[in-house]
Design a protein around this ligand. Structure first.
Ligand code: NAD
Length: 538
């Protein structure tokens, strides 16, 4: 019998192997899907308050496991213990906010019943069933757990496929779920590469949440479309940072460098290209180089070690970064600091003389390159920022917040920060996601939770009442009545609204003129009052 291939846990900084896990066999994935489907019947009927209670226990598990989480992620990705802890912090912060708000967001709500005045109407947000979460390697906790926990809170069962590059963190997450026996029957973690991810899509989950490259997002969407499975896709980015002449240049350089090199540039909303207005360009470049020279590159397992920039976590990514660098240099880019590689470590690199013919200004680099380009003014900065296929995040720097906001509105990206970088993802209540080639999914915020439900609609009442407008409208022979209702309720001017009154009066006038006059006055007044009240109530 063929042995299951294994994923070997490898520290990218040292090359040291520190464990392994067997890939989940493809046949087992369909069984996992079936068992989660069965389990969903129980979990979806568990009251929201009970789900909150159980997930709060999981929050406790996460807090107890902080050191364990930072230790495993440190070995798995090479990032520092403190940077790993930031991931856990962001994740727990989001879970806590969700536990507070979910009961309100998941309540069934009453809506207007329109012309069915004797009925009540409700919308019930109900779970999809089985949600598949496919995760990347760059933030193996903060990009796996938030969608998993949101989907669970919403009443779905979940199958998580962590990245093959950070399989040790995937195993840890699986283990953390097992520490809450009330929760573990409702979530499964499967291990493997893209083929396992594809098999998960093929197993026909009810909803798919994928965070990954644009290419993978498209593949998953295409496969899912075959079965009409909805997909939320959180894909690549090429975020622009715009520095206007009235910006705090010191802060912009400091946080711009941080936003470019945090997590070794392996952040979907990292600063991937910088546009600086010409009057402050020289100063910004000088300060950015100064800031970059202060950065240490290395690896340590010590929690007291001052922060450093770690290795690239995925060997495949090294090739992309080098290709972008070589292409830029061949086309005239100039390296002001950095530019060298030692195994998996690439120095934080600041480049100038860059243009949009270069890969490093066009495609996602996902590494420690910070290309800076001079622009004439605000308008050119916006034009350059928008000259790109991606639309995830952006940052705008100006002391004039109104101006920055106005610029932000013109930038084609949907997660924008003013006077900071990479702050969008860390705010639990802000829906995070992209437009254009960055996908259309959202995580965090109310939208990040509600997406895991579908609105079920209910019309409730006794059998149709004879005097209900809707009942009369449905009975044959009421053409004139219906036309009058439409004119009275939906007329956009006095002529349209008064037409039914006029018609009624002229019929009566022919038969009883005096009565018609009296009735006419009364009807007119009543119609106006009625229409005004109805319009207000709708
Ligand atoms: P990737 O696309 O290579 O892999 C992502 C996940 O998809 C992995 O688990 C992988 O095994 C799986 N996968 C690969 N092929 C598959 C297939 N055909 N069917 C199903 N699953 C498949 O991405 P990555 O290299 O792990 O992550 C880096 C990418 O993720 C970057 O492009 C980055 O910008 C993006 N990202 C986006 C966000 C966001 O929120 N928008 C956040 C982080 C990372």
């Amino acid at each position: 019998m063929e042995k299951n291939p294994t994923l070997i846990f490898t520290n990218p900084a040292t090359g040291e192997k520190f464990g392994q896990v067997a890939m989940t066999p493809i046949a087992e994935i369909h069984l996992a899907r079936q068992s989660m489907h069965t389990a969903a019947r129980v979990w979806s009927h568990t009251p929201v308050a009970e789900r909150v209670k159980i997930l709060r226990k999981f929050q406790g598990v996460l807090v107890d496991a902080l050191d364990e989480i930072s230790e495993v992620m440190n070995l798995d990705t090479g990032k520092s213990r403190q940077d790993a802890l930031i991931e856990a912090f962001v994740t727990i912060d989001m879970l806590q906010a969700y536990l507070r708000h979910a009961p309100r967001w998941l309540k069934h709500r009453r809506v207007s019943s329109g012309l069915y005045v004797f009925k009540h109407c409700y919308v019930d947000p109900r779970p999809y069933g089985v949600v598949a979460v496919i995760a990347p390697w760059n933030y193996p906790v903060a990009l796996s757990l938030p969608p998993v926990l949101a989907a669970l809170l919403a009443g779905n069962t979940v199958i998580l496929k962590p990245s093959e590059v950070t399989a040790a963190t995937g195993v840890l997450i699986e283990n953390l779920f097992h520490r809450v026996p009330e929760l573990s029957p409702f979530v499964r973690v499967i291990h493997g590469d893209g083929a396992v991810g594809a098999a998960l899509v093929d197993s026909k989950p009810d909803y798919i949440f994928i965070t990954g490259s644009t290419l993978t997002g498209k593949r998953v969407s295409q496969a899912a479309a075959e079965h009409l499975i909805p997909v939320a896709s959180e894909l690549g980015g090429k975020d622009a940072m715009i520095v206007l002449e009235d910006a705090d240049i010191h802060a912009a350089a400091h946080w711009g460098v941080w936003g470019s090199f945090f997590n070794t540039g392996q952040t979907c909303m990292s600063v991937e290209r910088v546009y600086v207005v010409e009057s402050v360009y020289e100063e910004f470049v000088r300060l950015a180089v100064e800031e970059t020279k202060k950065l240490g590159v290395g690896f340590s397992t010590d929690i007291h070690n001052p922060n450093y920039m770690g290795p690239v976590s995925d060997p495949r990514q090294v090739k992309t970064i080098e290709r972008h660098l070589e292409d830029g240099l061949a086309k005239g880019a100039q390296v002001l600091v950095g530019g060298k590689r030692d195994e998996m470590f690439i120095e934080p690199t600041v480049l100038v003389n860059v243009n949009h013919d270069m890969l490093l200004m066009r495609d996602e680099t996902f590494g420690p390159l910070m290309p800076i380009m001079k622009v004439k003014d605000e308008n050119e900065a916006i034009r350059m920022a928008n000259d790109n296929a991606f639309g995830l995040g952006a940052s705008i720097w100006s002391r004039d917040l109104e101006r920055a906001y106005r610029v932000a509105h013109q930038v084609e990206a949907s997660s924008i920060v003013i006077n900071d970088t990479i702050a969008q993802f860390a705010v639990p209540m802000l829906p995070f996601g992209g437009i254009k080639q960055s996908g259309y999914g959202r995580t965090h915020g109310k939208e990040g939770l509600i997406q895991f439900t579908r609105p079920y609609a209910y019309v409730v009442g006794k059998p149709p009442h004879d005097w209900d407008i809707a009942t009369i409208a449905r009975k044959p022979g009421h053409y004139h009545f219906l036309a009058s209702v439409v004119r009275l309720l939906f007329g956009v001017n006095t002529r349209q609204r008064m037409q039914p009154v006029k018609e009624a009066l002229s019929t009566t006038a022919r038969q009883k003129p005096r009565l018609a006059l009296g009735v006419g006055v009364l009807l007119g007044a009543a119609a106006f009052a009625g229409i005004t009240l109805l319009k207000k109530s709708r």
